[in-house]
Design a protein around this ligand. Structure first.
Ligand code: ADP
Ligand code: X2W
Length: 268
């Protein structure tokens, strides 16, 4: 049985607020693996990296704390890192673990710092506890994947000095994919990158992305996502999909290596 390229799936936090979405996603993974076993193939390794920006926002609002972002990244002062870690590595990660368990998946809940899989360093004083992520040591994740685990990784990292850092989950997923030399798909609450008429753009290179960002057709979190996907496509030497986590019928296609949503191209 040949070794298969790991697939890194990034889930936006909105999936946690979308009724039935996690159940459908995990059942799709379970069905895909059962099908592979029936066909006497080895299970394709899958890793989930998740966000939870909306979970953090809800908690901040309950605590009457303001939300501030710079270029799509949450300003995370020292006084708020406990809240962010609790929401992402705690609540969001364990909700996902619970849903994976209900689908009988052998999941394991992690953060970027486990096994030094992803290394992080502070970006700027202005952003506070926000980290830039780079690929680290693949050994730990490869060990888990070789034993058939489904790692579910939050976007919380730990610096060399032991500081906890909040990492944008798209950037975290890119670093995990680089660490494992895997394929990457960024799953959000939209069918992919949309043009000015809200029509899906099937393929996108750097030139088109720059044009649409400049024209403010691509805005907010999608700017970070598009830039992260193009960076990953270049580094991994393979296209990266931006697609919907609601595209349940298309997920088996994605799992078996076909494209869905918008394909971000390596144009270097
Ligand atoms: N051109 C665009 N195409 C699709 N979505 C866009 C575009 N520009 C901005 N967006 C917004 O980006 C959002 C997805 O980014 P984000 O909220 O950061 O997702 P996630 O939380 O999954 O990382 C969409 O819900 C949409 O509101
Ligand atoms: C630095 C930074 O912005 N971190 C993000 C991490 C979570 C995230 O990216 O969640 P989504 O994928 O659901 O947007 C945040 O605090 O919102």
């Amino acid at each position: 049985m040949s070794k298969q390229t790991p697939l890194v799936l990034k889930l936006g936090g909105v999936i946690l607020d979308t009724p039935g979405a996690l159940e459908s996603l995990f059942n799709a993974i379970s069905d895909f693996w059962s099908e592979q076993i029936r066909a006497s193939q080895s299970k394709r390794p899958i890793v989930i990296v998740h966000g939870g920006g909306c979970v953090v926002d809800e908690l901040m609002s309950k605590l009457n704390l303001p939300v501030a972002k710079i270029d799509g990244l949450r300003v995370t002062p020292r006084s708020q890192i406990d809240i962010v870690v609790g929401a992402l590595a705690g609540s969001a990660n364990k909700i996902l673990m619970g849903k994976a368990k209900q689908a009988n998946l052998k999941a394991i809940g992690l953060c970027l710092g486990d096994g030094d899989s992803v290394l992080v360093s502070p970006i700027s004083e202005a952003l506070g506890h926000v980290g830039r992520a780079t690929a680290g040591d693949p050994e730990f994740l490869e060990l888990l994947l070789s034993k058939g685990y489904l790692p579910i990784i939050s976007s919380i990292g730990i610096t060399e000095n032991g500081e906890r850092m909040n990492v944008n989950a798209d950037e975290a997923a890119v670093a995990v994919a680089k660490c494992l030399s895997g394929e990457l798909a960024l799953l959000a609450d939209v069918s992919g990158v949309l043009d000015a008429n809200k029509t899906l753009i099937p393929k996108m290179d750097r030139a088109l992305a720059d044009e649409l960002i400049h024209a403010k057709v691509i805005t907010d979190g999608m700017v970070v996502k598009v830039n992260a996907a193009l960076d990953a496509a270049t580094n991994l030497g393979a296209p990266v999909a931006i697609a919907s986590f609601k595209a349940f019928d298309e997920l088996p296609k994605l799992f078996s290596g076909h494209s869905i949503g918008t394909l971000m191209l390596n144009t270097q």
